[in-house]
Design a protein around this ligand. Structure first.
Ligand code: AGP
Length: 610
C-alpha cells in the first residue's frame, strides 16, 4: 500500500525522505516521488515509475535540497501506475500533498473543481485533495485551517502530509482510516506510514488517532482530535533497531522470515506459559471473565490471517467444544448477521491496519458481542487500539509481502486461545499440560522441517514451467493447503487452488492431467485412508502428485508420485509443521522463476484501503 514520509528540519531532509521510502518498499508500490521546499521557497519535485532506487538515481542527477519535504510510494488504486499519477501532487506551485487511502467522493469534487477552473494533471482521487487545500487557502488564514476545511469535504479514508511554499517550515498531517505516525527528533519532526521508515532518525513516536490533525514545525508539534480539541497523545519509545529490516545474509526477506520461525514461535510462547499452563491474563485483564462466559467464537480476518482462523476453528470445536465460525472480513462487514449470546469476536491480523478487518471490528463493536479480541503482530496498531482484549503474536517485523512467520505465530497464539477457553469448558490440567508440551516442542520441530530445504528446492524445479497447480487437504489441513496455494500464487504467479480432497470428484478432477501438479498434505491422522483414496483418483487420471506425508503414512514414491516424508508424528501442532514445507516450495518455485519475491507485482504488505 502507499507509503508516506515527511519531515520538517533545519537540515536538508531529502536523504531522510529517500531512506524512509526505501524502508517502506516492503509495503508494495509501483511509483514514487518526493517534494521539498527549497531556499527560494519554491516547491521542487521528482517522481518516477518503478523502484525507489530509480528515484535515488534521479535525485543524484538533479538533487533537491530543503528543510521541509514530503515523499511517497504509490500503490495504484485510481489511475494506472505512471509518473503523472505518482505523488506528491502539487496545485499551482503552491501546495504539495501526499495521500494514502481512497477518497470516495473524488468524482463529485473533481466536477466542482473543474467548474471552479482547476485543471487536472492526473487520474488520481488524490488530486482533488491538493486542489481543495489550495482553494481553502484563498479564504483561510493558514495551512492548518485550509487542511481542516479541505478534509471536511472528503469522504473515504486518508493519511495526508501537506506543505505550502508560503509557510516553508510547516507540515500539516491528518489521518482518518489510514495509519500515520509522527517521529520526534531534536529540533525536527517527521511523519511516516509506519515506524520502520523513521528508525534511522528517531526512536520516539506518536501514533495519530483517527480524525487527528497535526500542525508540525521544527520546534513545535500541536495535535487536534476529530472534534478539533487540542490533545496530548502519548510518546512511545520504540524498541526496534534501525537494522531490524535487514536480510541478515539471506537472499530475500521471505527466506529469512521462513527460517526465523523457530525463534519467532519461541518468542510467541515466552512468558505465556507458567507451570505447564497458559497465562490467561496475557490476553488482557478481563480475559478470564470473558472466556468463562464464552459460548461461541466468531473469527474475522483476511488472506493468510483468515487461513489461520480456519485452522483455529477446527481446534476450537475439537478441543474446547465451543462452536466457532470464521468469515472473511470483507464479506462480514457488509452482511447482515446474527450474533448468538456470549459470542467472542476475534480479529486476526499481522499488520493490524487491514481496512476490511478494521471495518469488520467496527461492525462487531456495534453488535451484541461479549467482547472483542485482537490477535495481532503490531502492538501499536489500529486493531489493538480498537479491541478490548489483545494478544500479540510477537513474530517481530515481517517485511516480505508473503506472510510466513506471522501465520505460524498466529496459529501458536490461537492454539493458546483455544486452550485458555477450553480450560473453562472442562479441559483437565493434565490435558492442558499435554497441549503445552506440544506447543513447547514446536520450535525444535519446525527447525527439523527446515532441514528439508534442499529436497524441496529440487521438487520446486518441476513447477517452474507449470501454469496451474492444485492443493489438497482434509480437515484442519484444508486451510494448510489453502495457505500453500496462496503462497505459490502470490509469489510465483502460478495459478493455484486448494480443494477439500473429498470435493475432487465433484468437479476439479476434470482439470487433472499430466500438466497439473497436485500437491497434497498427508499427515498420519484419522483421515489419511480417505485422503489416499482421493490421491489414487488423481494418479489413475495421469496426475502428477507431490505429497507431504508423515514417515508413518505408508505413502510411497512411484511413477508420478513424489513424496517428501516428514519426520513426525501426528498431533495438534501438525498444521503448523506442514505449513513450512509449502512455504519453502512456493519460495523456491518463485526463485527459479526469477520473480520479485519480497514485493510481488500488484500486492501490498498492509492493505489499508478497501
Ligand atoms: C499473505 O501472504 C498476504 N500477503 C495477505 O493475504 C495478508 O495475509 C492479508 O492481506 C491480511 O493481512 P493482515 O494479516 O495484515 O491483516
Amino acid at each position: 500500500m502507499c507509503g508516506i514520509v515527511g519531515a520538517v528540519a533545519q537540515r536538508d531532509v531529502s536523504p531522510v525522505l529517500l531512506e524512509g521510502l526505501k524502508r517502506l518498499e516492503y509495503r508494495g508500490y509501483d511509483s514514487a516521488g518526493l517534494a521539498v521546499i527549497d531556499d527560494n521557497e519554491t516547491i521542487q519535485r521528482i517522481r518516477i515509475l518503478g523502484k525507489v532506487n530509480h528515484l535515488y538515481e534521479k535525485h543524484e542527477s538533479s538533487p533537491l535540497t530543503g528543510g521541509t519535504g514530503i515523499a511517497h510510494t504509490r500503490w495504484a488504486t485510481h489511475g494506472k501506475p505512471s509518473v503523472h499519477n505518482a505523488h506528491p501532487h502539487i496545485c499551482r506551485n503552491q501546495v504539495a500533498l501526499v495521500h494514502n487511502g481512497i477518497i470516495e467522493n473524488h468524482s463529485a469534487l473533481r466536477e466542482q473543481q473543474i467548474t471552479a477552473g482547476f485543471e487536472f494533471e492526473s487520474e488520481t482521487d488524490t488530486e482533488v485533495v491538493v486542489n481543495a487545500v489550495y482553494q481553502a487557502l484563498e479564504t483561510e488564514t493558514d495551512l492548518l485551517q485550509a487542511v481542516i476545511e479541505a478534509t471536511r469535504q472528503l469522504e473515504g479514508a486518508y493519511a495526508l502530509g501537506v506543505i505550502n511554499n508560503s509557510e516553508p517550515h510547516r507540515l500539516v498531517a491528518a489521518r482518518k482510516g489510514s495509519p500515520l505516525v509522527i517521529g520526534i527528533g531534536i529540533g525536527e519532526y517527521f511523519i511516516a506510514s509506519d515506524v520502520f521508515a523513521l528508525l534511522p532518525v528517531t526512536q520516539q513516536f506518536i501514533f495519530l488517532e483517527d480524525g487527528d490533525i497535526a500542525d508540525i514545525r521544527r520546534d513545535s508539534l500541536v495535535i487536534y482530535d476529530k472534534n478539533l480539541q487540542l490533545v496530548d497523545r502519548p510518546v512511545n519509545i520504540s524498541e526496534l533497531n534501525a537494522d531490524v529490516a535487514d536480510k541478515s545474509g539471506y537472499r530475500h526477506y521471505m527466506l529469512k522470515e521462513i527460517f526465523s520461525q523457530p525463534n519467532a514461535i519461541a518468542e510467541s510462547l515466552e512468558n505465556r506459559i507458567q507451570d505447564n499452563r497458559i497465562v490467561v491474563s496475557e490476553f488482557g485483564q478481563d480475559a478470564e471473565k470473558v472466556f468463562k462466559k464464552t459460548n461461541t467464537v466468531k473469527i474475522s480476518a483476511c488472506g493468510t490471517s483468515y487461513h489461520a482462523g480456519l485452522i483455529a476453528a477446527c481446534w476450537m470445536e475439537e478441543i474446547a467444544n465451543v462452536p466457532c465460525h470464521v468469515e472473511i472480513a470483507s464479506e462480514y462487514r457488509y452482511r447482515k448477521s446474527v450474533v448468538s449470546d456470549n459470542t467472542l469476536f476475534v480479529s486476526i491480523s499481522q499488520s493490524g491496519e487491514t481496512a476490511d478487518t478494521l471495518a469488520a471490528l467496527q461492525k462487531a463493536k456495534q453488535s451484541d458481542y461479549l467482547s472483542t479480541l485482537a490477535i495481532c503482530n503490531v502492538a501499536e496498531s489500529s486493531l489493538t487500539r480498537e479491541s478490548e482484549l489483545v494478544f500479540l503474536t510477537h513474530a517481530g517485523p515481517e517485511i516480505g509481502v508473503a506472510s510466513t512467520k506471522a501465520f505460524t505465530t498466529q496459529l501458536v497464539s490461537l492454539f493458546m486461545l483455544v486452550i485458555a477457553i477450553a480450560r473453562y469448558k472442562g479441559l483437565s490440567n493434565d490435558q492442558e499440560a499435554e497441549f503445552v508440551k506440544q506447543l513447547e516442542s514446536l520450535p525444535g520441530r519446525v527447525n527439523q522441517i527446515l532441514q528439508y530445504k534442499d529436497k524441496i528446492e529440487t521438487m520446486a524445479k518441476d513447477f517452474a514451467d507449470k501454469h496451474h497447480a492444485l492443493f489438497l487437504g482434509r480437515g484442519s489441513f484444508l486451510p494448510v493447503a489453502m495457505e500453500g496455494a496462496l503462497k505459490l500464487k502470490e509469489i510465483s504467479y502460478i495459478h493455484a487452488e486448494a480443494y477439500a480432497a473429498g470435493e475432487l470428484k465433484h468437479g476439479p478432477l476434470a482439470l487433472v492431467d499430466d500438466d497439473m501438479p497436485v500437491v497434497a498434505v498427508a499427515p498420519n491422522n484419522n483421515l489419511l485412508e480417505k485422503l489416499k483414496s482421493n490421491l489414487e483418483e488423481v494418479h489413475a487420471r495421469g496426475g502428477e502428485l507431490y505429497i507431504f506425508a508423515d514417515k508413518s503414512s505408508e505413502v510411497e514414491v512411484s511413477e508420478n508420485i513424489h513424496v517428501l516424508k516428514i519426520n513426525g508424528f501426528y498431533d495438534f501442532m501438525a498444521p503448523i509443521l506442514y505449513t513450512v514445507p509449502l512455504q519453502l516450495l512456493a519460495y523456491y518455485v518463485a526463485v527459479i522463476k526469477g520473480a520479485d519475491i519480497d514485493q510481488p507485482r500488484n500486492l501490498a504488505k498492509s492493505v489499508t484501503v478497501e
